[in-house]
Ligand binder design. Structure first.
Ligand code: SF4
Length: 356
């Protein structure tokens, strides 16, 4: 890899690491077990060379390796593939309308890294091409008839693995709906593919006619790179702010010291920590869930140490489109008759949440 290769996002995507063997040059490499290979068949491995360059070794203890190396436990949990009920809330293909004033649009199935904890692992099963013009027209037709939707979350896969032309088509389509005020792009490319933030892309995002925010997904301080910092600066020059959503991951970042370093590091590179999510109960990801009490205890420690700016909200996503609930120290509302925990939602109503 030459320096110019590594700065080219197309090169990064076309040289993704997809097998254990490609890690054999790293210290701490251990050949995969039969169970790991079987899991890789079900949930394939994929990571840009850049993302893997952030690893200190090939050891399973390394937070980068742990987030991209298939683990047998992923194939053993038998949980629901779509517990949030996204597919049931889709009025037209690719558009999910679950919240009154927000909708989500699924752009593609490609990513720069296959995160083992991904809540949309089901999308990996069937490659999803960029949206056709007809699909975009159907989505904006729906949004024009639902002016209560003010914000569209552009998601995937990872929307910023698309070519500029496809991104421009998507932005143009949503920007043409008068009632849409803001577009939020959920992307892990600042972490795994910061080379994607070319001058051209940043200009495209900043000049589409609506306010665009990037919702990034940093999970560990080892992911904070100089390249990401430069990309954020470029985005800011074009008027595109960045917030971050972290997922609390067992054995990766479920530790107050690690999260304190992550959240202060994010602020240092001009990204506001926004949410810390407890993992959704999605098939193939249960092994990463910590339990809510562990998250509450970590947040209690962080509250004593961090400024309000550095502190994200700890939240869970309720099953079947029930919405997000911020978990505060006084959020626990007791046990339902069947033993299921209940938490107060933002309206002060107790809502059910099964932890497993
Ligand atoms: S980049 Fe996002 S969509 Fe892709 S695997 Fe990771 S979490 Fe899932």
């Amino acid at each position: 890899m030459t320096p110019s290769d590594s700065n080219d996002w197309h090169w990064q995507l076309s040289h993704c690491i997809t097998s254990h063997e490609e890690l054999s040059h790293l210290s701490g490499y251990i050949p995969p077990t039969a169970e790991q290979l079987a899991c890789a068949q079900q949930y394939p491995m994929l990571a840009t060379p850049f993302y893997l360059s952030l690893a200190n070794s090939a050891s399973q203890d390394d937070p980068i390796i742990r987030q991209c190396l298939p683990q047998p436990a992923e194939c053993e949990d038998g949980a629901d593939k779509d517990p949030l009920g996204e597919q049931n809330a889709s009025p037209v293909p690719r558009l999910v309308h679950r919240y009154h004033d927000r909708a989500l649009f699924v752009t593609c199935g490609c990513c720069a890294v296959h995160c083992r904890h991904c809540m949309r692992k089901r999308v990996w099963e069937t490659p999803l091409p960029p949206p056709t013009d007809n699909e975009l027209e159907a989505a904006i037709g729906y949004l024009r008839s639902h002016p209560e939707v003010r914000e569209v979350l552009i998601s995937g896969g990872d929307p910023l693995t698309l070519e500029d032309d496809d991104i421009a088509r998507v932005l143009r389509a949503f920007a043409s709906v008068p009632s849409i005020e803001m577009l939020r792009i959920g992307s892990r490319t600042l972490v795994a593919l910061p080379q994607r933030y070319t001058e051209e892309l940043c200009n495209l995002l900043g000049s589409c006619g609506k306010t665009v925010w990037i919702a990034s997904h940093f999970n560990h301080p080892q992911e904070l790179s100089n390249e990401a910092e430069s990309a954020v600066l470029r985005l800011m020059r074009h008027g595109v702010p960045v917030v971050n959503q972290t997922v609390l991951l067992k054995g990766i970042n479920d530790d107050a010291d690690i999260l304190a370093k992550l959240f202060t590091g994010l602020l240092r590179i001009r990204i506001k920590p926004y949410y810390l999510f407890h993992g959704d109960p999605v098939c193939g990801t249960l092994c990463f869930r910590t339990g809510i009490d562990a998250g509450v205890a970590i947040m209690a420690q962080l509250r004593k140490r961090l400024s309000g700016m550095a502190l994200p909200a700890f939240a869970i996503d309720l099953p079947q489109g029930g919405g997000k609930v911020r978990i505060e120290p006084n959020s626990f509302a007791g046990l339902a008759p069947d033993g299921t925990r209940m938490y107060y939602d933002l309206g002060g109503h107790p809502v059910l949440y099964a932890e497993t």
